[in-house]
Write a new protein. Structure first.
Length: 40
């Protein structure tokens, strides 16, 4: 692989991590809040 291709793939991975990790944390947080509000 060329260095530019390697950097492109790494930037895609970094972008996916930046988007997916906060989205996952947000969805888990919202689902926890939903459970608490349904119980009360």
């Amino acid at each position: 692989m060329t260095p530019s291709l390697t950097n492109f793939l790494l930037s895609l991975l970094a972008g996916a991590a930046v988007v997916v990790i906060p989205a996952t944390v947000f969805l888990v947080f919202v689902s926890q809040q939903d459970k608490l509000s349904r119980r009360s």
